[in-house]
Design a protein around this ligand. Structure first.
Ligand SMILES: Nc1ncnc2c1ncn2[C@@H]1O[C@H](COP(=O)(O)OP(=O)(O)OP(=O)(O)O)[C@@H](O)[C@H]1O
Length: 317
């Protein structure tokens, strides 16, 4: 039983209600993306979960008990919350050895995670000489140290180079594939779309969504078809006869909302309209997320969030 369970969690900072009764479960065997506008309460949730802050009321448990009650917690939960957590005067290896010692983790794990995170060559350098990306890798190495069944990573791609981002994506997928519980908070929708199976969205301290990725995209973005023809007006008429509105995008391309490619293709074929391209448009996570959180962003600019499409045919990002 290695799920993360949050029940009726409330956190108040003076008059600010950071969490307003949050209930959610993060399950093993999948990567869960933890999303929400600035100030939505993601970090507060993670801090309470890791015993770094106290809830006003409600409970947050990992594997059935509060983090603070685990003896040798790094063996149960690996977390990356703050890449600056390592002491600057320590070497990377020294930092990990100290953590291993206090959690009674075999020293051999230190070498393993240094290699796994690409830090073996700089293991004896002091952390103060590390770039942000190297610190981030060290934080991930610390999270992996106890070989834990649960991993909680807060903005793990911060500072990582493109190769590092791909590495992290593969690592998260592998960890979930091994049956671990992997929770990743991120503002990078493309990365979440490429990595997560499940999407949890907070807004103003409340749960706005908790769905599998595909269901989330389907629920929060309209079905839409792109079609290209040399006979635009005939296409428009053929679709209008079928109750559909085709909107021209220029260059012989049209968008039809609220339908599927198969239906558009059938209507066009019935009227003998030549079709050069026809495709269901895959919704983007960014679009779905912005539609869902419009109005819940505490620090949004005054213009309303975009409702135009970020077109990504064949990709979710
Ligand atoms: N120590 C604190 N004292 C007072 N208010 C706080 C404190 N920590 C967080 N808050 C407030 O709680 C709310 C939730 O903040 P939190 O950092 O959890 O959001 P977040 O979703 O992690 O945001 P971000 O995406 O910007 O990291 C915000 O209104 C924030 O100002």
């Amino acid at each position: 039983m290695t799920s993360i369970d949050i029940r009726d969690l409330v956190k108040e900072y003076g008059t600010t209600r950071a969490l307003a009764g949050l209930t959610m479960t993060v399950r093993p065997g999948r990567v869960t993306g933890f999303l929400g506008p600035n100030g939505a309460g993601k970090s507060t949730t993670l801090r309470i979960l890791l015993g770094l802050d106290r809830a006003t009321s409600g409970t947050a448990t990992v594997g059935g008990r509060p983090y603070a009650l685990w003896d040798r917690p790094l063996r149960h939960v690996g977390a990356l919350l703050d890449a600056a957590a390592a002491h600057p005067a320590r070497t990377a290896r020294g930092h990990l050895l100290a953590l291993a010692h206090s959690n009674r983790i075999p020293r051999g794990r230190v070498t393993t995670v240094l290699e796994e995170t690409g830090l073996a060559a700089v293991a004896r350098r002091r952390v103060r000489t590390f770039s942000l990306g190297m610190r981030q890798r060290l934080g991930i190495a610390a999270a992996l140290l106890g070989d834990p069944p649960v991993l909680i990573l807060d903005e793990p791609t911060n500072g990582l180079d493109p190769e590092g981002i791909v590495w992290l994506r593969d690592l998260a997928r592998r960890l979930a594939g091994e049956g671990r519980t992997v929770l990743i908070s991120s503002h990078l929708m493309g990365e979440v779309a490429a990595t997560a199976d499940q999407v949890v969205v907070l807004g103003r301290g409340r749960l706005l969504a908790d769905s599998p990725m595909d269901a989330f995209l389907a629920e929060h973005t309209p079905a839409r078809v792109r079609v290209r023809t040399t006979e635009g007006e005939r296409l428009r008429t053929a679709l209008a006869d079928g109750g559909l509105l085709a909107v021209p995008d220029g260059d012989g391309r049209w968008t039809v909302e609220g339908t599927e490619a198969a239906h558009v293709g059938a209507l066009a074929a019935r009227s003998g309209v030549p079709i050069l391209e026809l495709a269901d448009e895959r919704a983007s996570l960014e679009d779905a997320y912005l539609r869902l959180t419009a109005g819940d962003a505490e620090f949004a600019a005054t213009a309303t969030p975009t409702t135009t499409l970020t077109t990504t045919r064949g990709a979710r990002a």
